[in-house]
Design a protein around this ligand. Structure first.
Ligand SMILES: CC(=O)N[C@H]1[C@@H](O[C@@H]2[C@H](O)[C@H](O)[C@@H](O)[C@H](O)[C@H]2O)O[C@H](CO)[C@@H](O)[C@@H]1O
Ligand SMILES: [Zn+2]
Length: 297
């Protein structure tokens, strides 16, 4: 009797789930997996693209966090995914702002979370959902955002203790089979940038090294998302205060107007668990090798 696939993705802000793993979410939902996104803040400190919602920002109405809950609901619906879950409940921890900003001094900022409370909350969700596969962030958290680095720091420890007798009030132990970092591969990013031949007025191409990427030899797993690109584009558009999709549908930009390619594969580094490589030497299914789970190459 095969177990249904259960995938948990832990992300820092509403929009990260789609930007880095939106295709993977849609892919596994369509494959019949139970997919949950756990977001650690409401993105209260974000900038806003356009005029419609511009006054929601932190130093005016400070209502952006609430509005981004709606954007996240819309994005996950576009991906066919379960509704959002928030670490500690919606609003428990606040967006800590970009590195060097004063937002990190706010007591409820995610970077100031009591570690034991945050770990307990993570373990409780993992023991409730019992995912065979969990996705978190690499040491840089992609591009160095303090909340991303906090996700990098907390999730592996939660994955580790989830299977032990620690945090007894957080439910019965559950052993996560595989834990990955979401990453952007250098070669794929570069070929995506090279393919950009026409971007909207006001956007610009990044200078070498401006967009973070990891060396190809660190990547263990590549998920082909060509079949779900429309869903990923719709989900990116749902995060309208944070993301714009180019008319070509091949690029997107954040509020910094830097053109970024919508890549055809979403790539990962297996940090814990057994790699299920195929003939290419790369793994093409997050659930490959998970005992009792169907595998979808
Ligand atoms: C993708 C991501 O993590 N976005 C974060 C980030 O937003 C960036 C930030 O506002 C930066 O100043 C802009 O230049 C860039 O365009 C934005 O994407 O940081 C925000 C504040 O912590 C956060 O709300 C947003 O989700
Ligand atoms: Zn983020």
């Amino acid at each position: 009797m095969t177990e249904p696939q259960r995938l948990l993705l832990v992300h820092a802000h509403p929009d990260d789930e789609t930007i880095t793993t939106g295709g993977t979410i849609a892919h596994y939902v369509r494959a019949g997996a139970d997919v949950t996104v756990l977001t650690c803040s409401l993105g209260e400190e974000g900038e806003v693209i356009g005029e419609t919602w511009a006054d929601l920002v932190v130093d005016r109405a400070d209502q952006l966090g609430g509005y981004r809950i709606l954007e996240l609901h819309r994005a996950l619906a576009a991906l066919g995914c379960n509704p959002p879950r928030f670490l500690g409940g919606a609003g428990r921890w606040r967006d800590s702002g970009m590195a060097g900003t004063s937002a990190a001094r706010k007591p409820r900022a995610f970077v100031n979370a009591d570690r034991d409370e945050a770990l307990g909350a993570l373990v409780a969700v993992m023991r409730e959902l019992r995912p065979q596969v969990v996705i978190g962030y690499d040491p840089e958290g992609g591009y160095g955002h303090p909340d991303h680095q906090q996700v990098h720091s907390l999730v592996p420890e939660a994955v580790e203790v989830c299977g032990t007798a620690s945090y007894p009030r957080a439910g019965s132990p559950w052993e996560v089979s595989k834990f990955y970092w979401t990453v952007t591969g250098h070669d794929q990013l570069q070929s995506g940038l090279d393919a950009i031949d026409d971007i909207p007025a006001g956007w610009r191409l990044p200078v070498e090294g401006e967009l973070p990427s990891v060396p190809e030899n660190t990547i263990t797993t590549s998920i082909d998302i060509r079949g779900v690109l429309d869903a990923k584009r719709d989900a990116l558009r749902a995060h309208a205060t944070q993301v714009t999709v180019a008319p070509s549908g091949r690029e997107y930009a954040l509020s910094n107007d830097i053109a970024q390619p919508i890549l055809l594969d979403e790539q990962y580094v297996l940090v814990r668990g057994e790699l299920g490589t195929d003939a290419t030497g790369r793994e093409t299914d997050l659930f490959a090798g998970v005992l009792g789970c169907a595998s979808h190459h």
